[in-house]
Design a protein around this ligand. Structure first.
Ligand code: GLY
Length: 371
């Protein structure tokens, strides 16, 4: 049957706050409005049954790009080839994009056909980029199977790969023809992936999505997707407004680039975002943009998602500052996304001593205790 999905996994992973049983929940459709490139995001248990309806009518063949570890199989209703890409962030590279494109060539994928990504953000980013490049642009549909991909990575058309010099330095804006966020796929998600997704969810509390806690999981995902869709519709290519989606990400990218471990295991993206949100709040406080109650609110939200706001040890503040300058969004001087009287917005020209002072404070015992 077109669009049918099977789960290869067994265990049910840790769940988000307010995640109730899926029974009775229905699939919701959230539009991303971009003129003739508009598309729908299907959210809910069993949403993948709508996959076929998202495929372009012109498609006569599909290539599914996924990973061995992704316990989800989709049926497209078309002759389909499955390409499994490597698991590690180290192989989120142009070499992997090239190997996907060579598979497209081998099976004779045409520009009228479709690429279907099935996985988390690494898969949606790389498959999206391969689709953007193949024959100068071939349709892609994302089936997001992690919480992080469902609330962020799969929506909005950012596709990319890393270079040795930095994360996501090459990429494209290539909007999918549709996105599936089947919450049933989260049943097999490992706890570490839940934590990572919750970090991205925590971000939404400060960019216009309040009161997620206690809502059923589908509703939480719908509200995050709807907010992201609204931001992307207003500013597809991140000329300004879309930057709010990077809230907490400046330090997060530095922590990830530095490969800093949280506890005895590597930090995941969303866990780094959680620390980055509190860092951004403290920086905004230092710059007189928000009061200490608002900082405490950031700490409370992060903690309500079961995440730590502690700056992990392992890299001196000066080293983290270096990594921030290497971030592609630094543009010569540091730009932060900070809270303030008009809400979260991009703030340019933040001085290094302020950044260092906040990092020092978070690294100090006092900072650890307050955090
Ligand atoms: N992940 C941030 C964005 O899509 O703009």
């Amino acid at each position: 049957m077109p669009g049918e999905m099977r789960s290869r996994g067994a265990a049910v992973g840790g769940r988000a706050a307010g995640d109730g049983p899926a029974a009775g929940a229905e699939v919701r459709s959230v539009p991303v409005k971009l003129g003739d490139r508009s598309y729908d995001v299907l959210v809910g248990p069993g949403a993948v049954s709508g996959l076929h309806g998202l495929l372009p009518a012109s498609a006569r063949r599909a290539v599914v790009v996924t990973q061995e570890s992704v316990p989800v199989e989709v049926e497209t209703g078309l002759p389909t080839t499955v390409v499994r890409i490597p698991e590690s962030e180290a192989q989120k590279s142009l070499a992997t994009v090239e190997s996907c494109c060579r598979e497209f060539a081998r099976v004779g994928l045409t520009r009228s056909d479709v690429v279907v990504s099935v996985g988390g953000g690494l898969v949606t980013d790389l498959a999206g980029l391969a689709a953007a490049l193949w024959h100068r642009g071939t349709a892609v549909v994302h089936v997001a199977t992690t919480l992080l991909a469902q609330v962020d990575a799969a929506i909005g058309g950012k596709a990319g790969a890393n270079l040795p010099e930095g994360k996501n330095l090459v990429g494209a804006f290539w909007q999918p023809s549709g996105v599936v966020c089947d919450t049933d796929t989260l049943r097999t998600l490992p706890e570490a992936e839940w934590r990572s997704g919750r970090g991205e969810m925590a971000k939404y509390a400060f960019i216009g999505v309040e009161g997620l806690a206690g809502l059923p999981l589908t509703e939480q995902v719908v509200r995050c997707v709807a907010r992201k869709a609204e931001v992307v519709s207003a500013d597809e290519r991140e000329a300004g407004a879309r930057m709010v989606l990077n809230y907490g990400h400046t330090l997060a990218h530095a922590l990830e680039a530095a490969g800093i471990a949280g506890g005895d295991r590597p930090m995941r993206h969303g866990e780094a975002v959680a620390v980055g949100l509190v860092f951004a709040a403290r920086l905004a406080f230092r710059l007189g943009r928000i009061d200490d109650e608002r900082v405490a609110e950031h700490e409370a939200v992060v903690s309500s998602y079961g995440l730590s706001s502690r700056l992990p040890g392992g890299e001196a503040p000066a080293g983290l500052l270096e990594y921030m300058y290497r971030d592609k969004k630094a543009r010569g001087r540091l730009t932060f996304v900070l809270d303030g009287p008009s809400g979260v917005e991009a703030v340019t020209g933040v001085e290094d001593p302020d950044v260092l002072a906040v990092l020092e404070e978070m690294a100090s015992k006092l900072g650890q205790e307050v955090a």
